[in-house]
Design a protein around this ligand. Structure first.
Ligand SMILES: [Zn+2]
Length: 313
């Protein structure tokens, strides 16, 4: 009996020491991978946004800016990044190809322009800038429908979220009109989500009721805040505009560089603002509220993204 229990004890010891390295190894790899990824995340904001930390610290932007610029940003960004990245290897191990393509999905940040109540409190138009602009303007309003822009942008954004569900990872800035999120905060939220592209959904207004058509805005190369994202934003805007105009048959107001938009100036990732049409034009206003036309806009955006990211079907 004693011999048997000794043998048993030896066996148990062997089993335990045998499984220890096997269990330890993958988790060690995961940690290393996550750490490397976080270092990369921190590196790019630091290199592009190093200029103005002194000024920012004194303003009310300090909390959010810390998240972007400061090295402690790692703490702020870590939970989300770590959760996402540690999850991936496990899925890949169990599900193979399906998961690796899931992990490769482009991340699209959808920002439905404006909100139920505009916020005229001011915020810096760019990191470290003394120029201030209202946090969120109230937007335009349909001359025929009476619909406020913020409702229209959310209608389209929610449809777009559904349409992108399979092939993209979507970060939604808002799913309700009852929010209070400034343009700077929207950009920072998209940055933190590690977005590949920010899509800002808006509609236009003009003093002239005859003006109609779609505009595609992108961050100007003239702005020192956005010159690093200009090229990719413009490339995306081009492909998107072609697809959306083809799908909707809308008149084109062209591609427009902007250096005065808070939402662009705080973006660290490529960004395109789609002005879907003029709510101050009676015909276009009505069209923009038609579900079929909204579906065309969404289909066009999806087709544009698919082309931009070279997906088939
Ligand atoms: Zn707008």
């Amino acid at each position: 009996m004693r011999r048997l229990s000794v043998i048993l004890a030896i066996c148990l010891t062997l089993v335990c020491t045998g499984c220890a390295p096997a269990a330890g190894q993958p988790s060690g790899e995961r940690e290393t991978g996550a750490a490397a990824a976080l270092t990369e995340e921190n590196a790019s904001p630091l290199s592009t946004g190093a200029a103005p930390p002194g000024d920012i610290a004194e303003s009310d932007t300090a909390d959010s800016v810390t998240g972007v610029l400061d090295n402690t940003a790692g703490a702020d960004m870590a939970p989300k990044g770590t959760a996402f990245r540690t999850e991936s290897p496990e899925i890949i191990a169990s599900a193979g190809n399906t998961a690796s393509s899931a992990a490769d999905k482009p991340i699209i940040c959808i920002d439905a322009g404006h909100q139920g109540k505009g916020n005229n409190d001011k915020e810096p138009v760019a990191p470290g800038s003394k120029a201030m602009k209202p946090k969120v303007s109230s937007g335009t309003r349909g001359v025929a429908t009476g619909k406020p822009e913020y409702k229209l942008t959310l209608e389209v954004a929610l449809k777009l979220e559904k349409a992108l569900d399979n092939d993209y990872k979507v970060e939604m800035i808002r799913r309700s009109n009852e929010v209070n999120i400034s343009n700077r905060e929207r950009a920072i939220q998209c940055n933190k989500a590690d977005s590949d592209l920010i899509l800002r959904i808006h509609a236009d207004g003009s003093d002239s009721s005859g003006v109609q058509g779609m505009s595609f805005l992108y961050p100007s190369a003239k702005s020192r805040y956005t010159k690093d994202i200009t090229q990719e934003s413009l490339a995306a805007a081009k492909v998107l505009s072609e697809a959306i105009l083809r799908e909707t048959g809308a008149k084109s107001q062209g591609l427009k560089p902007r250096d005065d938009l808070t939402g662009f100036n705080w973006s660290k990732v490529p960004s395109v603002l789609i002005e879907m049409g003029f709510m101050t034009n009676r015909k276009e206003d009505r069209l923009l509220s038609m579900p079929e036309y909204q579906d065309k806009i969404v289909k066009g955006i999806k087709a544009g993204l698919d082309a931009y990211y070279k997906k088939s079907g």
